[in-house]
Design a protein around this ligand. Sequence first.
Ligand SMILES: Nc1ncnc2c1ncn2[C@@H]1O[C@H](COP(=O)(O)OP(=O)(O)OP(=O)(O)O)[C@@H](O)[C@H]1O
Ligand SMILES: N[C@@H](CCO)C(=O)O
Length: 318
Amino acid sequence: MTVVAYAPASIGNVSVGFDVLGAALAPIDGTLLGDRVEVSAAEQAFSLGCQGRFAHKLPAEADKNIVYACYQGYGEALRKKGLSIKPLHMVLEKNLPIGSGLGSSASSIVAALEALNAFHDYALDKDEQLLLMGELEGRISGSVHYDNVAPCYLGGIQLMVEEAGIISQSIPAFEHWYWVVCYPGISISTAEARAILPAQYRRSDCLTYGRRLAAFVHASHSGQEALAAAVLKDVIAEPYRQALIPGFAQVRQHAELSGALATGISGSGPTVFVAMTDKQQALRMKEWMEQHFIQNQDGFCHVCHIDTQGTQVTGQGL
Ligand SMILES: Nc1ncnc2c1ncn2[C@@H]1O[C@H](COP(=O)(O)OP(=O)(O)OP(=O)(O)O)[C@@H](O)[C@H]1O
Ligand SMILES: N[C@@H](CCO)C(=O)O
């Protein structure tokens, strides 16, 4: 038996919701922008293979790959239920660059756990899976935050609730918005991009953050597109992180002149997103970013819609 799971890239924070808002991405040209993991039956307890465009950037030792931690964490969760993990071989197809701001580790974690769970007849329920995904993501970035794993797993735009036994719930997305996402090719460590943020914020920033996030969620539910776009702004991370991203100010300036709804940093960067409503404008923005923002051969740009499905078990071999 062989199972393959795909898990999409995601935009953490979506500017207005630091650590509590995340959106899954689907390129409009049908490209699969996310990692895939294959699980198949084997003789020995565990082995891991890696392939794909960014496999050479993964840690050399298999036990340093987050997929190995997923195997261990999943086995532990099964043991707590009186079940045991089967002997298996895993293959990670690493399609997302590491330290990109596209939820690269989250994509590996979600694809690995979804494939493992499908391989074990869905022994864990969705909440158990999401809790485990958050814990594993926390091990890499230094703190548990679900804004990549939740949209990657569940799809859509997810709001982290983390109260009353609810981890995350989806909010409506403006279906006709185009999200132009551009990875310039350099890497930024999430842990380091978190370490440069202030430990405390001014009261006025806290009030602005709460007001804009509430307004965005309200506007999304009530279909007020202009209001949603107007409040897509970040006072928590962007003022401190934008200096880490060469060319960010120029992207924003060009996007504003090109009719963009908003520009922001995807997760902890360096990927930048530009939200637009016109497809031709979005395609032109992509071309401009390819020429002016990408720094090396690792960079890429996609025009995306919001991915509504989240992770998918495709059933085919890699
Ligand atoms: N399968 C994996 N995918 C991504 N990173 C991995 C994986 N396995 C181990 N790592 C390690 O985890 C760390 C990931 O760092 P970081 O959280 O900054 O990247 P990221 O998850 O790719 O970021 P982002 O969410 O911004 O895309 C790196 O040190 C990387 O070597
Ligand atoms: N919310 C996290 C996302 C990291 O991808 C951060 O901005 O640090």
